[in-house]
Design a binder for this molecule. Sequence first.
Ligand code: PMT
Length: 400
Amino acid sequence: MGRLFNKHIIVAISGGIAAYKSAELVRLLKKSGAQVQVVMTSGATEFITPLTLQALSGNAVHQHLLNPEAEAGMGHIQLARWADALLIAPTTANVMARLAQGQADDLLTTLCLATQAPVLLAPAMNQAMWTDSATQANLQILAQRGYQVCGPAEGEQACGDVGAGRMLEPSQLLHALDKQFEQGLLNGKKVVITAGPTREAIDPVRYISNHSSGKMGYALAAAARDQGAQVILISGPTHIAVPTDVTLVAVESAQQMLAASLEACLGADYFIASAAVSDYRPAQAAEQKLKKYNADHGLNIALIQNPDILATMAQTFPNTTHIGFAAETQQLITHAQTKLKAKAVQMIIANDVSDPSIGFNSDDNRVSLVTADGVDELPLLSKPALARRLIDAICKLSPH
Ligand code: PMT
């Protein structure tokens, strides 16, 4: 039984001449045992009839966003949730542009926004349209957001031109879909992840903290879970929904995060420290709210150092693979290399937080992976897309 057996696949067809190849793709998917729903744009129906796709998929074709009959059955949100993967084949230049803008003005674009499943694009267009700078800029945006781009191939085109822009063959697209369901790299593994900020109490109503949103750590938790891991997420206060099938341990202070990590790391295969832990805490948290007695006098708060959670874990659990971050505003790689050694960990993910578009509270991030073997720079990616790349890289670290 192949990996596509019983998988829920949406094949979305937009209006290009390559639409005829999608009929064969649907046939191959059915042959592999997949359950297939077909979505067609109005442009696609100019090239191939919905009846053909209905006959091949065994399901009525979805064509409209606001169709009362469809919404009573499998509406667009149910369809988005139903999907294990969504492939747009062909993906026209127009669809790429609309996706890059985050539009949701028809069923196809709405599904792409609503689904949590991987979305694959099979571009097909004239070679000049493909190389046009607008299309290439859209491509970059889409790849950055985690869309997987399959092709296009080079060769002779329907319009007579020769170049890049041919849609991949149905068998190649089948292979790309099949790869989505590869065995999880972390099957049977336990992964503990820290995320978000810590809060260090000054008095009952005030605290020292930082701008960490938890986005990076929560994305890592979802990516590790997707690879089959049992994930424990130890998080400081955030406003993010906990990924399904991830166990959350909510904490506030660095000391609480340390205690939770010591407990969770028993038998853990990986410890990933993405939390922005406060290095210092008030030596004594006041029991009552501090009063402003005299406006002319400042307030001195004595701070003491918090324990280093990552270094403690590396020391306490030598059989676990430890991965830390380094949030730096200068000499990124040098400081990351120092942390790699000082904390005795296998990898440091170096994050230049002097740039507000990456790092704290941003949707995107760009990091370098620092190990004893060298430095590997990753491109700018959305945090979920980067998290998938980081989990892949972490899985390649030799076991400890
Ligand atoms: O949460 P987001 O808004 O998505 O932002 C993501 C992020 C910027 C917080 C994240 O990418 C990041 O860089 N996290 C590490 C932040 C940090 O505190 O870095 P650091 O260089 O100060 O610490 C180095 C490492 O030691 C980190 O893995 C940290 O979790 C760990 N540490 C630090 C201090 C301490 N007392 N205990 C620790 O375990």
